[in-house]
Structure formats: C-alpha cells, structure tokens
Design a protein around this ligand. Structure first.
Ligand SMILES: [Fe+2]
Length: 583
C-alpha cells in the first residue's frame, strides 16, 4: 500500500512516500528548485519520491495532506469577521487546498480520473505529532508539537501507545511560542524567514536580565487548565492583522509580516533594532532573556506533560523542537529520560507525519518502522558523479582527481582535515531536514580555534556569533559531553566537558555547549569510518560539521557540490569515492 504525504502551500514544501509502512523517500522541494524554505506545490519532491519507489501516480492508494481547513472553524470565523483581509487569505488558502488533487495531476500532465488514491486531510499538529511518534523507537511516549501556527493552533500534546495517538489538548491562535520567538527575533533586527535559530545562537553571548519583561510577553495560563501559556497580546500585532505569511509561490522564500507592536520595544527599553545597526550587548541580553523565557515555558510544559502521562519518553516536533538548547535541558528539568526529535521537526516533516497518520491512526496498521537515520533524499550513482565531474571545470583546471579504495580514501581524507584544510564531503542520499548529517557536509578540524573564522571568511559568509556543530562517534559521547543520550539529528545541545573544551574549541559555543550529532556505524558507516580515522590520527573522535552550501539550500546533485567547491575556497572535495584537490 502506497501513501504519499505532501506539505504544500506552506513553508518547507516537501513530499514523503510510505510503502507498506516503510518510509521510502522524503525530501524538501528547496533541494530541487534551490529556493530556501520554498513553499508552493512540491512537484519535484513528489516526482523524486515516486521515482525512488519505481511507481506512478496511478499506484498511489492514499494521499495525505497536513491541513484541515475545518479544524477550529469557530475560532477562524471569530477572527475572520474582525480581519477581512485575513478572511480573504483563508479563502484563497482553502481553495488552493481543495485543488490539490488537480495540482497533482497537472504537475504530472496526468488524467485526474486515473488517480485512484483517496485524499485525506490531517490536522497540522496531528501530522507533527505523528511525524515524531510513529517513526520513534518508543511504544509509549508523551507527545508535544509546538510551532508558529498551523490550522489555527500553535501547540498540541498527547500520548502515544502502540500504533495509536491520543490527543489531550492544544493551544489555539493567537497564543504561540513560535510566533513569540519570531516576533522578538524581528524586534532584534532579524527579519528573514527562519532567522530564529540565529537569535538562539546569539543568546549564549548575553545575560537574561529582562526576565520580568519577558514573563509579561509570555505568561503561564491561569485558571482552567494550567498546562499552557498565553501571550501578552499588547506586544503583538498578528491577532489584529492576521499572521502575514506568503506560502503560495514555490519560487520565493516565504516572508513574514511584522508581528510585534510598538509596546514591545517600549517594554524592552530600547527601539527595535534596524538590521543594519550593529549588535550591542543589550541585544545579546534580550536574546538571552527571550531564550530563557522560552525554556521556562517549554520545559514547564514538558514537565507537566511528564507527570500527566507518566511516560519516560517524549517525542517532539514543530519548529520550536529545533531549539536544541532547550531540548538539551529536558533530561535535567523534566521527568523524561528519552527524547526523540524528528529530523525535519519543522513543517517539512508534516509530509512524513501525514502519511504515517493515515497508515496507523486511520488504517490501524501496526508499527514496523523506526527512523534512525535521516538519509531519505536523492542519491546519485558513481556513474552520475563521474559524468558531473566530466562536465565540470575540475576535470580541466589542474585539479587532482583520484579514485581511492575505501581505507586509503579515509586515511587521506582524515589527514586533509587534520592538516587544517576544509573538506567538502558528498556521499549517498540527501539528508531529510535542515541539518547536514555527514552526507552533504563541509568537514573541518575541531581542534583549531581559528577554524570558525576561516570557515566564515572563506565559505559560509554568515554571522560570526553563530556556532558550528560537532559530529562525534556515538560511543565516545560521554567522554566529551556532559550527557550521552543519542542526538543523531543535531537537535540537542549538551555542555562539552570542561577539560575537553580547549580540545575542540571550533565547534564549542561561547557558553561551552555543542549542538552535537552522535554518529553510529549503523546510521552512516562511511562518516563513522572517517571520524574513526580522524581519531586514530589525532586522538579526537570529533569533527566540525557544517552544511554543504553557501547561503543557498544544501547541495543536492553532484553538479551543485562541484559548483560550490569551485565558487568557495574549499581545499578538497570527496565526491563518492573520488578525492578532488585544488592545484
Ligand atoms: Fe508547523
């Protein structure tokens, strides 16, 4: 039985294919159309998923769409009456969603009558919850999804047992932890869609000196259920104007309208920062306070969820679940002993969640799949890699190209890293989700304090305050970090042990933490072998890992990897079995 999940007309458009309960493929549209966070209709992602399984549209039994326009209808109508422009936008979105079967047929130039699949609408947050629970290793877990907004809710929680989820509650528009983080991010002068993670990095440089103000911006709920939170709405505008987001076009990065009111900078004691203005210590302190308040509320919710459900494990999803700093504190501040965060915890992951929601929750099928790695996107054969090289300037401009047997390739590559050179590492299938996890990565020596600056100057061109991440052999985690719970998808940050911080300064953040990827041989044998060889040569079982790109979506095809290699000042590139070095 074939189930296609589609996240369409929403940020991070994506597709995923589940066949007889097993995930076959999952990928974001941005990897194909090269538009960061692309929204619109994910035609290329769907085409790839079908190709990977060797099936056509006619072979689909179910299509799952993570949107239910009828969810929270009363709340939607309440706000629609007050915000006519918002009502018009809702109607436009609903008509786009009703037209998904036609869009699907149209994208493939296909006769709609030949599509026999049943179409299902899965509520946004139920798809988020399903995306983490149904692919987790747990049979019993507490579930939490938290994001900006989807189907007029911003959070949902419940319990997973076997192949069923029970929903226990939700927080509806306009109260939202995601929008809280986005609004303060804007007030700090970071206006682009997806900039929240920059501010999370900035937070480590400040002190949370404005907690009183931030506790007024996000308040714990009083009365009724004390589980949730409410926003101090005076500081926001989205409840008056509607959340202004652009989701319809696939060729543009989505945008967010202004979400904070004049009362917010007034409360924080300084005007909103213009993006061109320098960052001052007060901005860092505000970022720190923003993060600290998020942690109070998020970890507070998780603590209550732990005692409510009695579960020892928790599954997390929604954009807020990318807050690796908060996630790293779950073990100390909540009853949970195990955490699973979906690698595409944001809205891309809805495609997987919607498909599994249909498989388990609708069709009642038993569990048979655990997502223990993130390599679900396109891979390219060695012949395709060779053809890409042939067509590229690296085959002419004096570059050295050598094809090496496995052991020799690892030895040479590890010594290139140990010499302080910057390596492009391109292997196997594309990662699912926003993190490069050793298949489309740039790898460097973690022992060199100057490496962060070198990477920024030569390749990444990003804000200096943003940290780089360590990949560590999973079996060595406890020797280098204060915690050793698996973090295979770089979604948890732990403190580096104090005596190890000066051994891996490049991926250790200013507060002594690292947003680590724990690498197992089972999940990625070749990356594990590379780090093992690096350890053999240097005594350090860690490499610095950053995504293979330069202000663009992570490279997908070998052609893009070659172009990025040539365009930037990377020293060497391993494409499959071929090592390429500069003249
Ligand atoms: Fe979402």
């Amino acid at each position: 039985m074939n189930i296609l999940g589609i996240n369409a007309y929403h940020g991070n458009a994506s597709a995923a294919l589940v066949c007889d309960g097993k995930l076959i493929a999952a990928v974001e549209e941005e990897r194909f159309n090269r538009v960061k966070y692309a929204a619109g209709f994910p035609a290329a992602a769907i085409r790839y998923c079908l190709k990977e399984a060797g099936i056509t549209l006619a072979d689909l039994d179910h299509v799952a769409v993570p949107r239910n326009p009828y969810a929270r209808l009363a709340t939607k109508l309440f706000y629609a009456v007050r915000m006519p422009s918002f009502a018009r936008e809702r109607i436009r979105v609903i008509s786009k969603f009703t037209a998904i079967p036609a869009a699907l047929a149209g994208a493939f130039d296909y006769d709609p009558s030949k599509i026999k699949a049943a179409f299902h609408r899965v509520e946004h947050h139920q798809a988020h919850l399903a995306s983490s629970y149904f692919v987790s290793p747990f049979d019993h877990a507490a579930l939490l999804s938290a994001d900006g907004l989807g189907d007029f809710a911003s959070s949902m929680w419940g319990t997973g047992r076997g192949s069923r989820m029970e929903i226990d509650g939700a927080i509806a528009f306009p109260h939202s932890l995601g929008l809280y983080y986005s609004a303060v991010t804007q007030c700090l002068g970071f206006l682009k869609f997806g900039d929240e993670y920059k501010v999370m990095g900035l937070a480590a440089y400040g002190q949370p000196e404005k907690m009183e103000a931030f506790r007024d911006i996000v308040r714990f709920s009083s009365g009724g259920s004390k589980f949730g939170f409410r926003l101090g709405l005076d500081y926001f505008t989205h409840h008056k104007t509607g959340p202004e987001m652009s989701w319809a076009e696939s060729d543009k990065t989505p945008t967010l309208g202004k979400m904070f009111s004049d009362a917010m900078p007034k409360l924080l004691g300084a005007p909103a920062r213009n993006p061109d203005e320098p960052l001052e210590q007060r901005h860092r302190n505000l970022a720190s306070s923003l993060q600290a308040r998020l942690e109070e509320v998020y970890l507070g919710m998780l603590k209550k969820l732990g005692s409510k459900t009695g579960a020892k494990a928790v599954c997390l999803s929604g954009g807020v679940a990318f807050n690796c700093v908060a996630n790293g504190k779950i073990f100390d501040r909540t009853p949970f002993e195990k955490v699973y965060v979906h690698p595409a915890a944001g809205d891309a992951g809805l495609a997987v969640g919607a498909a599994y929601h249909v498989w388990h929750q609708t069709l009642g099928k038993p569990r048979s799949f655990v997502m223990n790695h993130a390599y679900w996107g396109p891979g390219y054969t060695q012949a395709e890699v060779r053809a890409a090289i042939q067509a590229n300037a690296v085959s002419r401009g004096g570059y050295t190209l050598i094809e090496l047997p496995e052991e020799e390739l690892m030895r040479r590559t590890a010594s290139i890293i140990a010499e302080g050179k910057i390596l492009g590492w391109y292997q196997g299938r594309v990662e699912w989700g926003p993190r490069a996890l050793g298949n489309r990565s740039i790898v460097a020596d973690p022992r060199r304090p100057e490496m962060k600056e070198i990477l920024n100057q030569r390749i990444k061109h990003r804000e200096i305050f943003r940290p780089f991440a360590p990949s560590i052999l999973a079996e060595k985690t406890g020797e280098w970090f204060e915690k050793s719970h698996p973090s295979p998808f770089m979604t948890l940050a732990y403190s580096v042990l104090p005596d190890k911080r000066d051994k891996i300064p490049a991926p250790t953040h200013v507060d002594g933490t690292g947003r680590l990827q724990t690498v197992t041989r089972e999940a990625n044998p070749r990356y594990h072998a590379l780090i093992s060889e690096f350890e053999r040569q240097t005594g350090v079982p860690v490499v610095l890992n950053t995504s293979f790109n330069d202000n663009e979506p992570i490279v997908c095809r070998p052609e893009e990897a070659l172009d990025c290699f040539l365009r930037t000042q990377m020293d060497a590139l391993v494409l499959g079995d071929i090592l390429i070095t500069r003249p």
